[in-house]
Design a protein around this ligand. Structure first.
Ligand code: NAD
Ligand code: TYD
Length: 365
């Protein structure tokens, strides 16, 4: 892990990972390749100075000439592929970008790794880690967990595009012997998450006294993991994961959407209560749970996701680390303390991209 190419490193999980790696491996060179779509934000990486150990490149993972040049000039020995279109609601409205980035983009990266590592006879010590999701497995009923053996059954265009990229990674291992490994993780939460996703959207809207749109009956279940715990998992899989394997990463923390939203309301109420500045800027009478309203469901909305992360625990000694109560409190406080970060997003150029008919919206809208 001396020369690491991190794609999508200006997004939510990618930027948390870049910051994590720069602390854990101060002498590694981290090259971030990011297209800076609506979801990419260089603010997330502003604490890093460009130089010997860090370089930012604005570009598309589909640009094979650029990817080739980076592999050659930077002697890349490790790739961590976060770059993706990541929001299910957007994939329902416009799937094309998901096919182009998630499938063709991953293919472009795999081809570069094949050429520069395998064809050049330099595969020794190299590693390609593909970051994926538990959504590839489809939806669970009331019981059961996704294991690494669960059959793929993606339901949304987002999940289908990620499943397709996972299959390409698998095929490159199997056919060409590419030194690759895939992680399938459950829903992440934490700092720097784009405020179209459930948790930051609800935190910001609750603070601002805006409606809190819960899809369907609010009983859908997700398995939430604090983003730092995901970053530690990826670091461990990079170091010790077996090539050609997949690893499920999850929080052992199933929550119904409605319960998460109620908890966020309580935490925002509590914080605003004890914080004069917040109270003055965002006055609100009563409990913010009164802002909750149920809206038309997402088409094809998966009912329940839950990960069995036994393989990560037994093989690599990883555990989720943060208790949800601790992680969600940290997260709510981060959005309260970093209002400029999201105010810039929701007041600016991003809103024009986003106008959904069935309840989904950017925070503040
Ligand atoms: P995000 O949307 O916050 O960030 C994606 C980043 O990729 C952005 O910085 C964007 O600019 C960049 N990007 C998009 N298209 C690109 C392209 N063509 N070329 C280069 N860069 C491009 O996403 P996230 O939530 O940080 O997710 C990161 C990865 O983790 C994704 O692959 C996602 O499928 C996976 N994942 C996410 C979660 C979750 O809960 N957020 C859970 C499991 C897996
Ligand atoms: P999301 O953060 O979009 O993640 P994913 O769809 O990848 O799991 O949504 C998490 C859950 O919250 C999902 O069941 C949909 C639901 N949801 C709402 O109820 N309201 C909202 O405004 C959003 C964005 C999501």
């Amino acid at each position: 892990m001396d020369k690491v190419l991190i794609t999508g490193g200006a997004g939510f999980i990618g930027s948390n990972f870049v910051l994590h790696m720069s602390r854990a491996y101060p002498s590694s060179r981290l090259v971030v390749l990011d297209k800076l779509t609506y979801a990419g934000n260089l603010e997330n990486l502003k604490s890093l100075a460009e130089g010997k150990n860090y370089k930012f490149v604005k570009g598309d993972i589909n640009d094979s000439a650029l990817v080739d040049r980076l592999f050659a000039e930077e002697s890349i020995d490790t790739v961590v592929n976060f770059a993706a279109e990541s929001h299910v609601d957007r994939s329902i409205l416009g799937p094309r970008d998901f096919v182009e980035t998630n499938i063709l983009g991953t293919f472009t990266l795999l081809e570069a790794a094949r050429k520069h590592w395998l064809d050049a006879g330099r595969a020794e010590g190299k590693r390609f880690l593909h970051v994926s999701t538990d959504e590839v497995y489809g939806s669970l009923g009331a019981t059961g967990l996704f294991t690494e053996e669960t059959a793929y059954s993606p339901n949304s265009p987002y999940a289908a595009s990620k499943a397709s990229s996972d299959h390409l990674v698998r095929a490159y291992c199997h056919t060409y012997g590419l030194p690759a490994v895939t992680t399938n993780c459950s829903n992440n939460y934490g700092p720097y998450q784009f405020p179209e996703k459930l948790i930051p959207l609800m935190v910001i809207n609750a603070l601002k006294g805006k409606p809190l749109p819960v899809y369907g009956d609010g009983q859908n279940v997700r398995d939430w993991l604090f983003v730092e715990d995901h970053c530690r998992a990826i670091e461990l899989v990079l170091k010790e994961g077996r090539l050609g394997e997949t690893y499920n990463v999850g929080g052992r923390n199933e929550k119904k959407n409605i319960d998460i939203v109620k908890l966020i309301c309580a935490l925002v109420d509590e914080r605003a209560q004890g914080d004069k500045e917040l109270r003055n800027e965002f006055p609100f009478e009563g409990s913010r749970s009164s802002l909750i309203h149920f809206v038309k469901d997402r088409p094809g909305h998966d009912r329940r996701y839950a990960i069995d992360c036994t393989k990560m625990e037994k093989e690599l000694g990883w555990t989720p680390g943060h208790l949800f109560e601790e992680g969600i409190r940290k997260t709510v406080n981060w959005y309260m303390d970093n209002r400029q970060w999201w105010e810039r997003i929701i007041s600016g150029q991003y809103t024009e991209y986003y106008s959904l008919q069935y309840g989904g919206r950017l925070a503040g809208q």
